[in-house]
Design a protein around this ligand. Structure first.
Ligand SMILES: [Zn+2]
Length: 102
């Protein structure tokens, strides 16, 4: 019995061991390879107030964590500018009332 091989576009006998150069490529294509992000210049300054190039996903995560930045799409928001747009005044009043009742 033979089986078609997509790697070398040939046929291999299933009674024989599958060629290594073919099986290796099959296993790699079956894996999800997470590509690291390309180096980039962030839009926000680092802890020293300067903008440093980010060289990879790991650096990117550490950069966000040590600055308490929140990733919003491609923008970075610092913790000093809280967004109140989505919170109505009624919500805030309700929250204050709840705190006062304690
Ligand atoms: Zn093959």
């Amino acid at each position: 019995m033979q089986r078609f091989c997509k790697i070398c576009n040939g046929w291999h006998d299933l009674d024989e061991p599958w060629p290594r150069q073919c099986s290796v490529k099959v296993s790699i294509s079956g894996l999800q390879i997470v590509k690291d992000i390309e180096p980039y210049m962030p839009v926000a300054a680092d802890t020293d107030g300067k903008i440093h190039a980010i060289g990879g996903r790991r650096q990117h995560r550490e950069f966000l964590r040590r600055n308490n930045y929140v990733e919003v799409g491609n923008e970075l928001k610092g913790p000093s500018r809280p967004e109140l747009d989505h919170t109505s005044k009624a919500d805030i009043k309700q929250a204050i009332d709840q705190v006062r009742r304690r």
